[in-house]
Ligand binder design. Structure first.
Ligand code: FAD
Length: 250
C-alpha cells in the first residue's frame, strides 16, 4: 500500500527556465501536431483531437499521459489521451475547472492551431492489474475511464466520480456513452467522500482491483479507508491528477 501520495512536480526545471538547452530539448523531444477537431461537450468539457505524422509512431497504452505545451512561456499541462489511432490522431477530454493556463488554452483552442507535447509517458500503472477494476476520480478522469473502456475492453470497469455539477457531468458521460458511473456531488467539507469510500470498499470486497486518481486530498481519504478493508498494494494503483494549491502536476 503506498504510504504517501504527495504529488511531485516534475516538469524539468531546465524547461521551465526557458533557456537554450530547454529550447533544444523541445525541438528534439516534442511531438508536433495540429488541432484537427474541437467538440464543446458542455460549458466545462472540451474534447480536443490532435493529428500529425509525429503521432503515428507513438507507442501508447491506456492510462498514459501527455504534457502539452500550452504556449505560455514554456508552460506544460498534463492530459490523458482517450484514444490513439495508427493514422496519427489522439483525443483528450479537458475539464475547465477554473482559470488556470490549461483552462485558458483549452477554451481558446481552434481547429488548425499547432500543438506540441511530450509523451505519451507512463502514468497510472494499469498493466499489472487484471480487473475487474473500480476507478475513483473526478471530472479530470473521465478521459482515463474512456481510455480504459475502449483500450482495454476485456477489463470490467466500474467508475466512482466526485463532481461539482451532477447534471453537466451526467450529460457529458451520456454523450460519450460511458454508462453506469456513480456520480457524487462534491461538498466543501469533503463529507461526500463517505459515499465514495462505501462504494469503493464494497467493490474491493467484491474482488475489484482499485485505481485512485483525481484530487490528491480525496485519494488520501480513500487510501486510508481502503487500508482497513484491507486492500493489498498489488491490487491498487494510484495517480493524483491535481492537488489544491499546486499547479501543473505530471
Ligand atoms: C497524469 C495526469 C493526467 C491528467 N489528465 C487530465 C485529463 O485528461 N483531463 C483534464 O481535464 N485534466 C487532467 N489532468 C489534470 C490537469 O493537468 C490539472 O487539472 C491541471 O492543474 C490543469 O491546469 P490548469 O492550468 O488549468 O490549472 P493549474 O494552473 O495547474 O492550477 C490552478 C489551480 O487550480 C487547481 N486545480 C487544478 N485542477 C483542478 C480541478 N480539476 N478542480 C479544481 N481545482 C483544480 C490547482 O490546484 C491550482 O490551485 C491530469 C493530470 C495528471 C497529473
Amino acid at each position: 500500500m503506498p504510504e504517501s501520495i504527495e504529488p511531485r512536480k516534475t516538469t524539468p526545471s531546465l524547461i521551465s527556465e526557458g533557456n537554450l538547452v530547454a529550447r533544444t530539448l523541445k525541438r528534439w523531444f516534442l511531438r508536433r501536431s495540429r488541432v484537427s477537431a474541437v467538440q464543446i461537450l458542455s460549458p466545462n468539457f472540451f474534447l480536443i483531437e490532435l493529428q500529425g505524422d509525429a503521432l503515428r509512431a507513438a507507442l501508447w497504452l491506456p492510462g498514459q499521459h501527455v504534457q502539452v505545451d500550452i504556449g505560455a512561456s514554456l508552460t506544460f499541462r498534463t492530459y490523458t489521451p482517450m484514444s490513439w489511432s495508427e493514422d496519427g490522431r489522439t483525443r483528450m477530454l479537458v475539464f475547465l475547472h477554473g482559470k488556470g493556463p490549461g483552462c485558458t488554452w483549452a477554451r481558446d483552442i481552434k481547429v488548425g492551431d499547432t500543438c506540441a507535447f511530450f509523451g505519451p509517458h507512463r502514468s497510472l500503472e494499469l498493466s499489472r492489474l487484471k480487473g475487474p477494476l473500480a476507478l475513483f476520480g473526478d471530472e479530470t478522469c473521465f478521459g482515463l475511464a474512456l481510455a480504459i473502456r475502449d483500450g482495454l475492453p476485456e477489463m470490467e470497469l466500474r467508475c466512482v466520480f466526485e463532481v461539482s455539477d451532477l447534471a453537466e457531468s451526467q450529460q457529458v458521460l451520456d454523450t460519450l456513452n460511458l454508462s453506469g458511473a456513480m456520480l457524487i456531488e462534491r461538498v466543501p467539507d469533503g463529507s461526500h467522500l463517505v459515499q465514495a469510500i462505501a462504494e469503493m470498499s464494497r467493490l474491493a470486497k467484491a474482488g475489484y482491483e482499485n485505481a485512485l486518481t483525481g484530487n490528491a486530498r480525496s485519494i488520501q481519504q480513500l487510501l486510508k479507508a481502503l487500508k482497513s478493508v484491507p486492500v493489498e498494494s498489488s491490487r491498487l494503483s494510484v495517480k493524483p491528477y491535481w492537488a489544491p494549491g499546486k499547479t501543473g502536476l505530471d
